[in-house]
Ligand binder design. Structure first.
Ligand code: AMP
Ligand code: MG
Length: 503
């Protein structure tokens, strides 16, 4: 393998127990690509608990050679170092070749739970897929991805993880010159809807089959026993995405760029770009500066998930049935399971957020009524549910909730119906409160906080706000009185109006 990797040193001191199954797929799935070294790497942060889970030694990883690997200045002797090929619909328009333009997959390790995980460097230099890009990442987006992906993990939402962030000592040219960084991402795989599209658009059925087999072995081994494993695989991906997007809505998350190349077939949240969380509840909210048509607004996400999965189902047609009409019928049947799977996951989650343990008629409209009232009254999404957790146990807590509503009496009207419904279930007050607090976070990565972290790091070379925000968000369901400020919504002058990819 080393032959294709130019002059880069292969090193052995930091042990990476890689086993690279993707790199053993046929050559058209990827290109061997070495990272491009950077001038002066410096470790910003290593996720030590994650390193241990992956069977990596955090001390050697944060040592000189470890940081050199995390910066792409050398590679472990066991690494594959590939950039993978994929296609994708970007804002609705199909691009037959995208691929890892600034990401290099070092390889796969088996974690302490027996799960295969990719370790990838993002921002490690140009690849054959870079098109006009520089292959680099700016520090700001790296910190955003670090913070938000780790927060998603703490919420219990499937996500890629942050293993490390390294500053490169080089600048990258965006709208202005910015410090460059390399992000080390861990994913259960980096296979996207767009990876299937890449081969489907080339009528490469053999590759589609190999890819599907790889995804089955890796993510959905149970479907092997199904009568029709590829149909069962499609069903499984559809269900995983429906459930994932329901989880997003329940914490107020907006992905921002749900292109088909940014949707993982494993069901993990991937490719954090101009993502953001709702402060006040607004179902039409969209921050991303590049999303001019509001395609990826908060409440559009479930429908866009279906649109993307329809593109996946189209790519699956040759795997479903030799007869195209029959395959289309089959694909439509698979897709028809999406909306019910989404609704079930969303409604179950909303019921839990409201402190309801049983399923009763009217629960959905009760939930919807609260959300509508919140939207009409500019109520903060996270704080409303968090404070409801206390109000459920003690009506004395109502004052704290109602104060979040522009017209507080709007809350009172809703709360009367809610309390009637709560009384239908004889749940111990403390048990209900605890159950609600376990699903209604006190802390989310509020946009103004993430911006402040980026500003301090980029403008002042000060990473303490980054560290502090990460610490707070590692326990999002616990009250942390010293960090009470982090629960506060932005003041008018602190509000972030747009987020940027920074790519
Ligand atoms: P994204 O919108 O970040 O998911 O990226 C979409 C496509 O553009 C992918 O193929 C990326 O690899 C590529 N890309 C994004 N940023 C860069 C960059 N700075 N250099 C090269 N390719 C990039
Ligand atoms: Mg992407």
């Amino acid at each position: 393998m080393a032959q294709a990797l130019g002059e880069l040193d292969r090193v052995t001191a930091v042990q990476f127990p890689f086993d690279n199954t993707y790199a053993r797929l046929p050559a058209r799935f990827f290109t061997h690509t070495a990272p491009t070294p950077v001038a002066a790497p410096r470790l910003i942060r290593l996720n030590r608990p994650l390193a241990l889970q992956l069977g990596l030694d955090p001390d050697s990883l944060s040592g000189e050679e470890g940081v050199a690997i995390l910066a792409g200045n050398c590679i472990p002797d066991t690494a594959a170092a590939i950039a993978t090929a994929y296609a994708g619909h970007q804002f609705g328009g199909f691009v037959p070749q995208l691929g890892d333009g600034r990401a290099i997959l070092l390889g796969e390790v088996i974690d302490d739970a027996g799960i295969r995980r990719d370790i990838q460097l993002k921002g490690a230099g140009r690849t054959p897929f870079s098109r006009r890009g520089d292959g680099r990442a700016a520090l700001g987006p790296v910190l955003r991805e670090y913070v938000v992906s780790e927060a998603m993990f703490a919420f219990g939402i499937p996500t890629t993880r942050a293993l490390a962030a390294v500053i490169t000592g080089e600048e990258v040219a965006r709208e202005t010159m910015l410090p460059g960084a390399v992000f080390t991402r861990v994913a259960s795989s980096h296979i996207r809807v767009g990876t299937f599209q890449f081969f489907a658009t080339r009528d490469d059925v053999e590759a589609l089959r190999l890819l599907a087999d790889h995804v089955i072995a890796r993510h959905y081994p149970h479907v092997i026993d199904a009568e029709r494993p590829y149909r069962a695989l499609l069903d499984a991906v559809i269900r995983a995405q429906a459930e994932l997007i329901a989880q997003w809505l329940l914490v107020g998350f907006i992905h921002g760029v749900m292109n088909t190349d940014n949707m993982s077939v494993s069901g993990e949240t991937i490719d954090y770009g101009p993502c953001a969380f709702l402060d006040h509840y607004d179902p039409t909210a969209v921050w991303s500066a590049i999303d001019r048509g509001s395609r990826y607004a908060y409440m559009s996400q479930p429908a866009i998930g279906h649109w993307n999965l329809t593109r996946l189902a189209e790519s699956f047609l040759p795997l479903l049935c030799d007869d195209n009409d029959a395959a289309v019928t089959d694909a439509k049947e698979a897709l028809s399971a999406y909306a019910p799977a989404f609704e079930k996951a969303y409604q179950t989650g909303l019921r839990r957020k409201l402190g309801l343990f049983r399923n009763a008629d009217g629960d959905v409209s009760l939930g919807r009524a609260l959300l509508n009232t919140m939207a009409d009254n500019g109520a903060d999404f996270t704080l409303t549910f968090r404070r409801l957790s206390d109000a459920a146990a003690n009506p004395g807590g109502d004052a704290a909730v109602r104060s979040l509503f522009g017209e507080p009496s709007a809350y009172d009207d809703w709360a009367r119906q809610w309390r009637e419904r709560l009384q239908q279930e004889s749940i111990d007050a403390a048990a209900r409160r605890n159950a609600m607090r376990a699903v209604n976070p006190a802390y989310i990565p509020r946009n103004h906080r993430v911006e402040a972290v980026i500003r301090a790091a980029v403008d002042e070379n000060d990473f303490r706000p980054f560290e502090e925000l990460l610490a707070v968000l590692s326990k999002p369901f616990e009250d942390q009185p010293v960090f009470a400020e982090y629960a506060r919504p932005p003041e008018a002058n602190e509000r972030v109006h747009q987020t940027f990819c920074g790519t």
